[in-house]
Ligand binder design. Sequence first.
Ligand SMILES: O=C(O)CCC(=O)C(=O)O
Length: 282
Amino acid sequence: MTTSATIVKTASDLHRQDLAGTHKRTEVESQAPSEDTLRAYDRDGYVILKGLLSPIVRQTAERALRDLLGPTGRNNFEGFNTQRAYALLAKTRALDPLVAHPQILGMLKARLHAEPLLSACLAINIGPGEAPQIAHADDGFYPDMRPDARHGLSVIWAFDPFTTENGATRAWPGSHLWPADREPSNSDDWRPAVMEPGDALVFHGGLWHAGGENTTTDGRLALTAQYCAPWLRTQENMSLSTPPEIVRTLDAPLPSLLGYQIHPPFMGHVNGMHPNRLLDQS
Ligand SMILES: O=C(O)CCC(=O)C(=O)O
């Protein structure tokens, strides 16, 4: 029997080829963003995509999130009056259509990477009395905050109307272009991401933002899905929090988003092989 060996001729070939035992690929539907959407994202560092979900998808996702909400936060970043829930893709299938929404995949392809990783996926219910969250950039977890770095892209899905009063996410327009050592001042030059349920705030990982103050008597429920380039470490350890028995049941691109992918030439291999081989085993 003859086997065909892969020959790598140059170092740059290494960055183009998957050398870890390739695996069949499934084409995934994504929807390219409009020029206006990309212009707003590039200028402000964020854009609100409106009405992306059908009522049934939105209501099913909302029900699942409300059932899964955990206790209030352990620190002021999580929020002492804010409930969160993590490891969501191990717990429900109701969020799959949001995490892999064709318009979000289109934004990822256009502005981050065609095969990103899901870095975090959590519910955030900002409760009455919550103080404003400390401003931060999601890429701030990585040491390199160059404005042109493509580390991450985050999405916040609204399940309640987002208002200035109930804790709409605060965004500092253009802050994704700030130099690495600049932080928001106290002058409050933020804008609230006012949204309706089913809208999605899509933002650059370098954008300074924060959960808002909730001065109302009701919660403000959101799902946030944060994506990173495939060569970076994810915030949630997705391949440990979502067991292979579950990943095996998921449609593309969810396994890839959860780490079942190779970034050329070898990143992410398991025993020298493409991680999807694990899913092939019964
Ligand atoms: O809930 C929000 O509006 C933003 C929360 C946030 O940015 C975070 O917790 O990292």
